[in-house]
Design a protein around this ligand. Structure first.
Ligand code: ADP
Length: 285
């Protein structure tokens, strides 16, 4: 699948939230959207889902313009999954089972199909069937969020948009959430569009990163290329480098040499800097 925005602009008010954005997203990847608050990240992902009826420009999926209504307005694309920020606030059914069954039931799936899908999806979000009869409000914050994500996965999307999915989670739940999303994405040519402020998470999990600034498209990068070779641009638009990359730069400065790294992921950076650091410590010791 190929998703293509061509010269897309969005004007909510006088100041445009997106300004002439063109970009192409290919499936089978984890793609992060970064930018300061107000940069246009949420608007960008809403456009992808077809949630901005009055956007200007074109949106093609596999070279076909997406459906518009008779007034020429963009229509919601049901095949794309969208997990809003704090999605657990939208849980409303009396049991987890009913919550997961809600959308597929309205699409006309049979009870048996729904039951089978629930038992496929639950382990994908790291939950067991024991939870199904419980009221969602009795669950922990992390569990509620997993249920909210599971209810979107019930619709079997190929592309899943997640807007700050780790916001407000404790560190262990955060890592668990990222890992379950990664596991889901790495099958069947699936795609994740991940909006995040956490540069460490972006560096660790993304294949590619789209950078927005004040509604402008600043580029679409391979993740390591972005964080290892474009620090000046990130700095200029007020974004910090992920901590492992900051450490790499510090060790480069202290050792007075450029350190080759395989990627911007923490384990690759540590594998490259530890021998240099150890040599330095043993010399100075
Ligand atoms: P981000 O997700 O990067 O914080 P947004 O896409 O939410 O950025 O917002 C981009 C700009 O559009 C901001 O200036 C914001 O105030 C404005 N904006 C977003 N949504 C609306 C809306 N529904 N009505 C009016 N202005 C909006």
């Amino acid at each position: 699948m190929v998703y293509q925005l061509q010269e897309v602009s969005v004007n909510y008010s006088k100041e445009a939230a997106l300004k002439n954005v063109s970009c192409t997203i290919e499936s089978g990847k984890w793609i992060s959207i970064i930018g300061q608050s107000g940069a246009g990240k949420s608007t960008f992902v809403k456009v992808l889902k077809g949630l901005v009826p009055n956007m200007q420009g074109d949106y093609l999926i596999n070279d076909q313009p997406v459906n518009r209504n008779a007034k020429g307005q963009m229509m919601v694309i049901p095949e794309i999954g969208f997990v809003f920020q704090y999605p657990e606030h939208q849980l409303f059914e009396t049991t987890v089972y009913k919550e997961l069954a809600f959308a597929p039931k309205h699409l006309g799936l049979s009870s048996q199909q729904i039951d089978e899908a629930i038992h496929v999806i639950l382990p994908q979000v790291g939950l067991s069937a024991d939870i199904l009869p419980l009221p969602p409000f009795q669950l922990s914050g992390g569990q509620k969020r997993r249920i909210a994500i599971a209810s979107v996965l019930m619709m079997n999307p190929k592309l899943l948009i997640v807007d700050e999915p780790t916001a407000g989670l404790d560190p262990a739940s955060r890592v668990a959430m990222l890992q379950l999303l990664q596991k889901w994405q790495q099958q069947d040519d699936r795609t994740i569009i991940f909006v995040s402020h956490q540069m460490e998470d972006v560096a660790e999990y993304s294949d590619e990163v789209i950078v927005l600034h004040e509604g402008h498209f600043m580029g679409h990068f391979d993740t390591s290329t972005l964080f290892l070779e474009n620090s000046q641009m990130l700095n200029e638009i007020g974004l910090t480098l992920p901590e492992p990359v900051q450490l790499l730069k510090l060790v480069e400065e202290l050792s007075g040499r450029k350190i080759e790294v395989v990627s911007c992921r923490e384990k690759d950076i540590f594998a490259s800097i530890m021998p240099i650091w150890n040599t330095r410590v043993s010399k100075n010791g």
